[in-house]
Write a protein that binds this ligand. Structure first.
Ligand SMILES: Cc1cc2nc3c(=O)[nH]c(=O)nc-3n(C[C@H](O)[C@H](O)[C@H](O)COP(=O)(O)OP(=O)(O)OC[C@H]3O[C@@H](n4cnc5c(N)ncnc54)[C@H](O)[C@@H]3O)c2cc1C
Length: 468
């Protein structure tokens, strides 16, 4: 019987182990899979909690449905009927401008306008800023090689669009600095649109005319965001239930060693075991530490990956305590507004079943590359800052009835300029280490659908390798 070790029990490790078992069963290949997880629970970043009638997502609260792997997985797990979409009545995002909430103009696709009239009418930008953004329609192609998303947005749409929308939207997704993040990796579609259509706005308009779903979404892909009735843990629980005896919780892998005969040894505090193949799904930094004795060069390369830290603060209020209509999914705050929080989701507006009747659940984000001084505040101070800032923006006139802080220390991988070359060079190194695989959010996409898809393709490669 062949043996495979998967290290890390977040969504990547769970999806990898699950796919290995599925494929082995389909190919009638005797296979033992062992999934090592350092913590006592599975799910990694995914942490759903029920408290006092509220459903709190401490980490991810949604996934994009434009990539098929995650929907296929849900189908195979029998949980497709528990997928829920966002509330169609509130598909709007606000941006903080001069300490007030201004709606992102209709037709904005992530960080760029696709509808000229709402863009011209918005008070979010000055006339100079709007004209500069529309210069994209006539500007020639530019940029070469890997470029930062900040440099790209600055040259195509101008500084205002970058600072007032680009930076806070990207900060919400990557907790990163647009001037450091790679365009080719974080927004490959924008790079392609410029290559094909020259103008980003024209390219987006033409493709949104074609993509009817985008048009129906009328904004930054709201219709494509989904979750589960019972929260994101639904996916984790279904995988855990299927994996059963393969799971080894509470056992941190301390090191990996290459052994004679092409075998791999996994070392844990509880001892060690030999495997035919190993897939490391913990962060690149952790993988680097585990591989120190396999290849110091690969280990150093992996440890060079940088990460940002974020804290989420869930706050609940009676609806009557809030003056703002909260007719949207939340807001983002540009760094120039100098708030402690980079974004806030109106959780109970975004998905049904997150708060009891006549109550509201909000979730604020602190940290990221521009907000580490806030991330480091003690829980009590974070809660009181979050409440004070939300109270000022939303007109909240009584204290929260529930408050909960979660920290994700160095959990947001930064896909900086050069990331794609870094991944290629890791792949080159791995070709010289047959049986060793890497998957997880550090490499080919940090969104849950990307993690599932990369983990499943790692599982397919592993199975091909052991059945060669
Ligand atoms: C606050 C926050 C909000 C997010 N929101 C969204 C969202 O709404 N939608 C979305 O698509 N994505 C979102 N993401 C990104 C998404 O959560 C992650 O990219 C994804 O969950 C990563 O999964 P993973 O399995 O690769 O890594 P992780 O979830 O980090 O799991 C890695 C696991 O490895 C374990 N581990 C580490 N070292 C060892 C060791 N030595 N031995 C054994 N086990 C080890 C860890 O304990 C952990 O359980 C968010 C991320 C954060 C932090």
């Amino acid at each position: 019987m062949s043996r495979v070790a998967v290290v890390g029990g977040g969504i990547s490790g769970l999806a990898c182990a699950h796919r290995l078992q599925e494929l082995a069963a389909a190919r009638r290949l005797p296979l033992e899979v062992r999934l090592y997880e350092a913590a006592d629970r599975f799910g990694g970043n995914i942490r759903t909690e029920s408290r006092g009638g509220f459903l709190l997502e401490n980490g991810p609260d949604a996934f994009l449905t434009d990539k098929p792997a995650i929907l296929d997985l849900c189908g195979r797990l029998g949980i497709s009927d528990r997928i829920i979409g966002t509330n169609p009545h509130y598909r709007k995002t606000f941006v903080v401008r001069n300490r007030r909430l201004v709606p992102l103009p209709a037709g904005f696709y992530l960080v760029a306008p696709t509808d000229v009239w709402p863009f011209l009418a918005t008070p979010l930008f000055s006339w100079k800023g709007k004209l500069r953004a529309l210069a994209d329609l006539v500007l020639p192609r530019g940029g070469s090689g890997d470029e930062s998303i900040g440099a790209f947005l600055r040259r195509r749409l101008g500084v205002e669009v970058l600072e007032r929308v680009g930076q806070p939207m990207l900060s919400g997704v990557y907790a990163g600095d647009p001037d450091a993040l790679s365009l080719a990796v974080t927004m490959p579609r924008f790079k392609e649109l410029e290559e094909r259509h020259r103008s980003l706005i024209l390219g987006l308009m033409r493709s949104s005319r074609r993509e009817r779903s985008l048009k129906a979404a009328k904004g930054p892909r709201y219709a494509l965001f989904s979750s589960f009735q019972g929260g994101m843990d639904t996916l984790v629980n279904a995988l855990v239930a299927d994996l059963g005896g393969s799971l080894v919780p509470g056992e941190a892998v301390r090191g990996v060693r290459a052994e004679a005969g092409g075998k791999w040894r996994i070392e844990t505090d509880g001892g060690g075991a030999l495997f035919d193949a190993v897939c490391l799904t913990a962060s690149a930094r952790s993988a680097g530490a585990m591989l120190e004795r396999v290849s110091p060069a690969l280990s150093a390369k992996l440890r060079a990956q940088s990460y940002a830290s974020v804290a989420t603060v869930n706050l609940a209020y009676p609806e009557s305590a809030i003056r703002h209509r909260m007719d949207g999914f939340g807001f983002v705050a540009p760094a120039s507004e100098k708030l402690s929080f980079t974004a806030c989701t109106f959780v109970s507006r975004k998905f049904p079943g997150r708060a009891p009747d006549r109550h509201v659940l909000l979730r604020a984000f602190a940290g990221g590359v521009f907000g580490m001084s806030f991330y480091d505040l003690p829980d009590k101070a974070l809660v009181s800052r979050a409440h004070d800032e939300l109270a000022a923006l939303l007109g909240i006139h009584s204290g929260p009835i529930l408050a909960s802080v979660s920290r994700y220390a160095e959990k947001m991988p930064q896909y900086t300029v050069g990331h794609a070359a870094w991944v290629s060079s890791l792949e080159e190194d791995l070709r010289r280490l047959p049986g060793l695989y890497l998957a997880g959010s550090s490499y080919k996409g940090a969104g849950i659908p990307d993690c599932v898809s990369a983990a499943e393709s790692a599982a397919e490669s592993i199975l091909d390798f052991i059945s060669r």
